[in-house]
Design a protein around this ligand. Structure first.
Ligand code: DAT
Length: 179
């Protein structure tokens, strides 16, 4: 079988995942700025390009069409240098990513951040439960090699800065060793 990561990439593709409210979009934006990766917020892409099967009124969210998302992203992932931000990770092809970051946050922080975002109570509760049950971390472990997963705590701004530094250091080292 072909190797899961393409030796042709001179700049890595990284995935930043985690329960909504753990800080993905903030961290992904900072990483992309710091090291010059192209940022793709998959939630926005799904809305902009209609990569969904309609709207779920109960949870105020789109029904994800995984095949459409993968088809749409395949070409942009081919050259490397992408920073992908999404709350679900198991359906992406394993070969796309050189690093998978799973952000984690305490229940209270997830709750407060989503409440501030104006989420409905059922959506807040669902996401808090998702974080407690480690749904995204388990999904990542089932889908990617342990060596490429980085699980990072994202409760404070200090932790956020540390996380961005760690991810940026990975990107720099990857580029240095894949010249
Ligand atoms: P996500 O993309 O995972 O839903 P976000 O980046 O939009 O999360 O962050 C949600 C809110 O929480 C936003 O107002 C920024 C804040 N936040 C995120 N990570 C944080 C951290 N480590 N420390 C303090 N605030 C944080």
């Amino acid at each position: 079988p072909p190797p899961p990561t393409s030796p042709a990439r001179s700049s890595p593709n990284i995935l930043i995942t985690g329960t909504p409210g753990t800080g993905k979009t903030t961290a992904a934006g900072m990483v992309a700025d710091a090291v010059g990766l192209e940022l793709v917020t998959v939630g926005d892409l799904i809305k902009q390009r209609n990569l969904h099967d309609g709207y779920d009124e109960e949870f105020d969210t789109y029904w994800l069409n995984e095949d459409k998302v993968v088809d749409e992203m395949e070409e942009m992932m081919a050259g490397g240098g992408m920073c992908i931000d999404f709350h679900t990770c198991g359906f992406f092809p394993e070969r796309w990513f050189d690093l998978v970051v799973v952000l984690r946050a305490d229940t209270k922080n997830v709750y407060d951040r989503l409440e501030r975002r104006g989420y409905k109570q059922n959506k807040i509760d669902e996401n808090v439960e998702c974080e407690i049950m480690q749904v995204v971390a388990d999904d990542a472990r089932e889908s990617y090699k342990a060596e490429i997963i980085m699980e990072l705590s994202s409760n404070t701004l200090d932790e956020m800065e540390d996380n961005v530094e760690k991810i940026a250091a990975f990107v720099s080292e990857f580029r240095r060793s894949h010249q």
